[in-house]
Write a protein that binds this ligand. Structure first.
Ligand code: COA
Ligand code: AMP
Length: 636
């Protein structure tokens, strides 16, 4: 490595490689354990070993109780800032503990106990955080489902997780429209084979809903009664290796993968990252502008800041339009956030509306030290613009739902390394990143290949998929024996900086949201007039990528191609949800294929993106590619 630096990164990383157990034993000292681990790492259990085997702990205790006991009771734990409802509300650590232990007692009244699953399908409101922590408090396993997913997606998750209880709200709020959650919930419960015994619904004043007799219960009524009766649940001890949550993420088919997070490894890794990676000290205000439906929201709206004694901002708004492109700077300045974490797409949205950064100049950002970006590749022009406008370090970092925390980043707390635009910088402790060819052979610096991580994965990463060890092994550990397959492609440079360039599977990244084109193809193919289809991600200046579907219609289809295109767009919104941003379906006479029948997706994408392309030698009929070019004219 040729990088000149005074950062403690190199010695820290080297120790995590040479003495992983010693490294994570030290990091674990920052956590309050009920019983310490019998083995820091037990290689004989799990799919690749388990961290903190035999330890007993409670995640909620580490997020709340110990801070109240330690003198942070009056410090704000949460600032909920919602331009969409024109409100700001706050909770101190003591208030949050009160809300959480009360709600945990309510969950117990519904028979929810250690190991039971609870689905949380809620907008970004403080009660969602209360619900997650209340589950953690009693050892229940939460599974948060993003509000932008449709009923069918929720039903799939209900059938996989088999929850005892579903927590939801009357509505979410998007700019210019209210999203009624209750009809989606009712439809999901109707579609699911698993019968949900009960649900608790938060009535939001912006739009209330009717409650279904015998199943739905009013959140506020239950809460007020429990408070009046002084109900409170104590922390339930769980094993470090017990599941804290399941978070479903797109796989290569329409069936999502239930990524499991355990209690102990998650506590240690996420807590370690708050100072060493993000450079934030306990007591400071931290803002992660994601949604609790995504892993970023789990780790850095809810758990990380609270483990570490920070004040966390939860923001129910958008980068632009709520009310303007200065919304982020208003929040940072008003609440004195020292660091902010969002996705590059949000910055592209701001840059489009306020290219000269006029709004930035209106606010006092003197407390603000660092901007972190993740969720998609930090494209160099966006990073450069943010650096120029904000005059603080802009740190791209790379991670996945599966890992739960950063794989490669620039450790601000240990000492920032030089930034190279286009790279999320270097491997975090515990991650040995390699770039290999199909035969698992390491490739030289600068050569593109599959990015893999040598096993074992560090604490915090997925131990398995929910009740699907075999699927987990098959998806992540079988193609490159001894490694975790990230399904990202890229290269390492001579300094060990990693460059993550794109996925090797059918996943696309739309506005920082991870979506499966295979899942969308299943929906398109379900239309009675569609004979064949292909969905791929085409370049988009705002969202990075947007899905585009090509349809071949059945002979004799009664409806016009325009009508069928409209119907499939509506179908994806109905079945997958608005988050898919599927707005473009194009009818073609045939799909370009190889002689062996494989659809030439790579070439179609290049044509759609306007990139140079060459005629694949194996193509069945070269004219099919010209037809794609013709069909795209005027449509993108
Ligand atoms: N509930 C219901 N619908 C939702 C929703 C939710 N929680 N979140 C988004 N949607 C809907 C939106 O209203 C939109 O619907 P529309 O097609 O009717 O307009 C659709 O899903 C797509 O939403 P989104 O991807 O947010 O696009 P947008 O055009 O509304 O906004 C950005 C574009 C760039 C401003 C926005 O994507 C953004 O802020 N992204 C930040 C990314 C991020 O936080 N990623 C998390 C990983 S770190
Ligand atoms: P998710 O599981 O939703 O967090 O999405 C993970 C995927 O997003 C990764 O596999 C990458 O393809 C992409 N991704 C996330 N962060 C970055 C980044 N900083 N640089 C490049 N790709 C990223």
């Amino acid at each position: 490595m040729n990088v000149q630096t005074t950062s403690r990164y190199f010695e820290t990383y080297a120790r995590s490689m040479q003495d992983p157990e010693g490294f994570w034993r030290d990091a674990a000292r920052a956590i309050d354990w009920i019983e310490p681990a019998k083995k820091i790492f037990d290689p004989s259990t799990g799919l690749y070993g388990r961290w903190f085997a035999g330890a007993v702990v409670n995640t909620c205790y580490n997020a709340l109780d110990r801070h109240v006991a330690g003198g942070r009771g009056d410090q704000l734990a949460l600032i909920h800032d919602s331009p969409l409802t024109d409100s700001v509300s706050t909770f101190t650590y003591a208030q949050m503990l009160h809300e959480v232990s009360t709600f945990a007692a309510i969950l117990q009244d519904f028979g929810v106990a250690k190991g039971d699953r609870v689905i949380i399908y809620m907008p970004l409101v403080p009660e969602a955080m209360v619900a997650m922590l209340a589950c953690a408090r009693i050892g229940a396993v939460h599974s948060v489902v993003f509000g932008g997913f449709a009923a069918k997606e929720l039903a799939t998750r209900i059938d996989d997780a088999k929850p005892k209880l579903v927590l939801s709200a009357s509505c979410g709020i998007e700019p210019g429209r209210i999203v009624a959650y209750k009809p989606l919930l009712d439809e999901a419960i109707r579609l699911a084979a698993h019968k949900v015994p009960a649900s608790i619904i938060l009535q939001r004043p912006q739009q209330t809903c009717d409650l279904t007799a015998g199943r739905d219960h009013d959140w506020k009524e239950l809460r007020d009664k429990a408070v009046a009766a002084n109900k409170s649940a104590a922390c339930v001890p769980v094993l470090a290796t017990d599941p804290l949550y399941i978070l479903y993420t797109s796989g290569t088919t329409g069936v999502p993968k239930g990524v499991v997070r355990d209690n102990g490894g998650h506590l240690v890794a996420i807590n370690w990252s708050m100072f060493n990676l993000y450079g934030v000290k306990p007591g400071e205000v931290w803002w992660c502008g994601s949604d609790i439906g995504w892993v970023v929201g789990h780790s850095y709206i809810v758990y990380g800041p609270l483990f570490h004694g920070n004040t966390s901002i939860m923001y129910e708004g958008k980068p632009v339009g709520t009310p303007d492109a200065g919304a982020f700077w208003r929040v940072i300045s008003q609440h004195k956030a020292v660091a902010f974490f969002t996705a590059p797409t949000a910055f592209r949205a701001i840059k489009k509306e306020d290219p000269d950064g006029a709004f930035i100049k209106k606010y006092d950002l003197s407390h603000f030290r660092t901007l972190f970006l993740a969720g998609e590749r930090g494209d160099p022009p966006t990073i450069a613009w943010a650096e120029q406008q904000l005059k603080v370090p802009v740190i791209d970092h790379w991670w996945q739902t599966e890992t739960g925390w950063c794989i490669a980043g620039n450790p601000v707390g240990l000492g920032q390394l030089p930034v190279k635009h286009g790279s999320p910088t270097v491997a975090m402790p515990g991650y040995k990143i390699e770039v290999v060819d199909e035969a698992s052979k390491p490739l030289p610096a600068g050569t593109m290949g599959s990015i893999v991580i040598k096993l074992p994965l560090p604490p915090g990463c997925l131990p398995t998929l929910w009740q699907q060890d075999e699927r987990c092994r098959e998806a992540y550990f079988s193609e490159f024996p001894g490694y975790y397959k990230t399904s990202d492609a890229g290269y390492l440079d001579a300094d060990g900086y990693v460059f993550v360039m794109g996925r090797t599977d059918d996943i696309i990244n739309v506005a920082g949201h991870r979506l499966s084109t295979g899942g969308m193809e299943e929906i398109l193919a379900s239309h009675p007039d569609v004979a064949e289809c292909a969905v791929l991600g085409v370049r988009d200046t705002l969202k990075g990528e947007v899905p585009c579907g090509f349809l071949v219609l059945k002979a004799g289809a009664a409806k016009s191609p325009e009508q069928i295109e409209k119907e499939v767009v509506a179908l994806v919104r109905e079945k997958l949800g608005p988050v898919a941003a599927f707005k473009l379906a194009i009818t073609v006479a045939r799909l370009p294929k190889t002689r062996s029948g494989k659809i030439l997706r790579g070439t179609i994408k290049k044509i759609a993106d306007g990139d140079p392309w060459t005629l694949p030698a194996t193509i069945e009929d070269p004219r099919a590619l010209d037809e794609i070019g013709d069909a795209l004219k005027g449509r993108t």
